[in-house]
Write a protein that binds this ligand. Structure first.
Ligand code: SF4
Length: 152
């Protein structure tokens, strides 16, 4: 029985990225015989269309010194926080439905990023932090890794 692994759909070549493109990873696709990939795009699951404006999380320092999310905005300044949280909840539901214990998610995305995201100023500045979906999955015991860790 193959393990079900949640995967960002854009990494599998689905054109769900904000600009209508994808981030296909051949190294990941080569593993398709070993695992059952469950493709998800949290932003589409949250009701956002494709193409769409790029979005970033805006963060503040929390009490523990970690960065806490305040909201998610797109480049035009529209608040898309609700869609991002809805997408994260829908993704978690699918993870549970398929019994996924691991997820391979697109790095630096405001939804899927793990450990490093953009800072909300749309200037390409990176800060430590997780995308909204990556964070919710980890809080629920699912091990998240990025596409550059596929080999391990
Ligand atoms: Fe890819 Fe995740 Fe962005 Fe969807 S939300 S396009 S799966 S990085």
């Amino acid at each position: 029985e193959k393990e079900n692994i949640l995967v960002s759909a854009c990494l599998l070549g689905v054109n769900c990225r904000y600009d209508g493109g994808n981030g296909k990873q051949e190294g990941l696709i080569r593993l398709i015989d070993k695992y059952n990939f469950i493709p998800v795009c949290p932003e589409q699951l949250g009701g956002l269309g494709t193409p769409r404006e790029p979005a970033e999380q805006q963060l503040v320092s929390g009490e523990t010194g970690d960065l806490d999310i305040v909201r998610v905005v797109d480049r035009s300044g529209k608040d898309v926080t609700d869609s991002f949280f809805k997408g994260a909840e829908e993704t978690l539901k699918l993870a549970r439905l398929y019994g996924c214990k691991r997820a391979i998610l697109k790095e630096r995305s405001p939804s899927c990023g793990h450990g490093c995201i953009y800072d909300g100023t749309f200037s390409g500045t990176k800060v430590p932090g997780d995308g909204v979906t990556a964070r919710l999955l980890e809080e629920n015991g699912i091990l998240v890794s990025g596409e550059s860790n596929i080999e391990t």
